[in-house]
Write a protein that binds this ligand. Sequence first.
Ligand SMILES: [Zn+2]
Ligand SMILES: [Zn+2]
Length: 152
Amino acid sequence: MSHEDRTASARKRLAEYMAREGKRNTRQRDGIVNVFLDTGGHLTLNELLALAQKKDPGIGFATVYRTMKMLAEAGVADERKFGEGQTRYELSELGDEHHDHLICGRCGRIYEFEDEQIEQLQEAVAARFGIRVTHHRHEIYGVCIPECAPRD
Ligand SMILES: [Zn+2]
Ligand SMILES: [Zn+2]
């Protein structure tokens, strides 16, 4: 699915949620939603705040916090923690979309990957325990080579 398609269906899902909950759009909330949808992934609240403030310096942390909680509730954003304990937000997976993560422990870069063989192996392992998989999170930690690898 292209980034445009994902963004469009995220907007649709959000609009439905807001109509259902009787929530109204505000300019600041809109600005934060746009920043999040444009970047698509793995940002902390402070990173989102910094980007949102470039467009509207009046936006504060509390608004970013509340907006992202709302997006999570609407099923548009997923809250993730990768090792370092800070919550990061990414676009929720839609339909049968799925990806896993590789994380560099030095620079913090986060890479996404999909691997059909890993997916199938996970299913097979779970089946051995009599578990039907509903979802999973697979995270691989390491260092980027060569940029972040220790030199000797
Ligand atoms: Zn991701
Ligand atoms: Zn790195």
